[in-house]
Write a protein that binds this ligand. Structure first.
Ligand SMILES: NC(=O)c1ccc[n+]([C@@H]2O[C@H](COP(=O)([O-])OP(=O)(O)OC[C@H]3O[C@@H](n4cnc5c(N)ncnc54)[C@H](O)[C@@H]3O)[C@@H](O)[C@H]2O)c1
Ligand SMILES: [Zn+2]
Length: 342
């Protein structure tokens, strides 16, 4: 498969899909290489790692803190990492965020690449250049935008990933198809079984096309002043559900996708059948389990959304499957969508 190229203001990124142990040779030219990973990924996949110094961090959101970042900077000093060195994050979205942040800030930026190992990281977190760490419970409050030089997506990593993590990644794939690629959406609908059994060819096409949607959006709007907001489809209500019910991000986003698609219907932008297609495909991959929701709490969480300006939230809506635009939605309309849900 031809590499996808992202040419953005904060850098050029080459994205390839295939065997990482072969493809990585393109980027290693005798410089010092430092891999940042976690113990689970190392345990299952160290045979695929390039020859490098390895730094392990603890898996989990609790590692996205200044304390872990400081430890990494100190390790870099110990290992005599300099501006010619290459940092490779091998892991899920958390590793990508941490490796991206340290490589962008250490010495004001050193070489960086990713080998993402979760589906979510392959189609979402490893591309687009955003990185972030948390502060006092605020997610991704501190961070930068800077493109990695390369991303290599190897579907072989996904074999050891718990099934639910695959499903959560698929929620983002479905979102990306819904906002920007009707053909990808058709493809998902007609290959659910192959996707769930991680058929290599099908997964490679799925990841490629899903990334292509995100990359084309990021190329237009790297810093999220307009077009990039489309990637938040399903996330306004999704984040509120994640916060109030403590649901995993992917599950909450799946519910958010269906709920927010109803706003598109109410606005006369999308047919009811399209919203039903969204719901059906999410159900077919095992998402959208019925949940008891506290309407008031969800509405309260939406009111606290950082994107809210007075009574208005700027958010994406669908104009059918595969097409989206950014509109201003009144809080009342959003609350109506939550009411329909509960
Ligand atoms: N920067 C961005 O643009 C962006 C976008 C989306 C999400 N994110 C961030 O990504 C994070 C979530 O990422 P995630 O869903 O990949 O979770 P994760 O990074 O926490 O990984 C999930 C778990 O799976 C394990 N794991 C990873 N790969 C594995 C494999 N191949 N086999 C077995 N186990 C494996 C990890 O050890 C971890 O315990 C969040 O912190 C979120 O903020 C960032
Ligand atoms: Zn998401």
């Amino acid at each position: 498969m031809e590499p996808l190229i992202l040419n953005a203001k904060t850098g050029r990124c080459e994205v390839t899909i295939g065997a990482s142990s072969e493809l990585i040779g393109r980027y290693i030219k005798g410089q010092k290489v430092v891999v940042i990973t976690d113990s689970t990924i190392r345990k299952y996949h160290e045979d695929k790692f390039p020859k490098a110094e390895i730094i392990e961090i603890t898996a989990g959101e609790s590692s996205k803190t200044f304390d872990s970042i400081r430890i990494l900077y100190e390790k870099f000093l110990e290992l005599e990492v300099d501006r010619s060195s290459l940092i490779i994050g091998i892991g899920g979205g958390i590793i990508c965020d941490i490796a991206g942040f340290v490589a962008t800030t250490y010495m004001r930026g050193i070489h960086l690449g990713f080998i993402p190992t979760t589906l979510l990281a392959q189609v979402d977190a490893s591309i687009g250049g955003k990185n972030g760490i948390n502060l006092k419970g605020y997610k991704n409050l501190i961070g930068t935008v800077r493109q990695p030089e390369f991303v290599i997506c190897d579907v072989d990593f996904l074999k050891t990933l718990p099934k639910e993590e695959i499903t959560y990644g698929l929620a983002e794939v479905i979102k990306q198809a819904a906002i920007g690629d009707a053909n990808l959406f058709d493809f998902i609908e007609s290959h659910v079984d192959e996707i769930l059994s991680l058929d290599k060819k099908i997964m490679e096409r799925l990841i490629h096309d899903s990334m292509a949607v995100k990359l084309s959006i990021v190329e237009l709007d790297e810093k999220e002043t307009g077009e990039r907001m489309k990637l938040n489809f399903g996330h306004t209500i999704g984040h509120a559900i994640e916060k109030t019910l403590g649901k995993p991000h992917g599950e909450a986003v799946a519910i958010g996708i269906v709920a927010e698609s109803k706003i598109s219907i109410a606005k006369g932008l999308m047919k009811k059948e399209d919203s039903e297609r969204l719901q059906k495909v999410l159900e077919s991959i095992g998402l959208l389990v019925d949940v008891q929701m506290n309407k008031e709490k969800i509405i309260d969480a939406i009111r606290k959304d950082k994107k809210r300006r007075g009574q208005i939230i700027k958010m994406p809506v669908l104009e059918g499957i595969g097409k989206s635009r950014i509109v201003e939605i009144g809080l009342k309309e959003l609350e109506g969508a939550v009411n329909d849900l509960c």
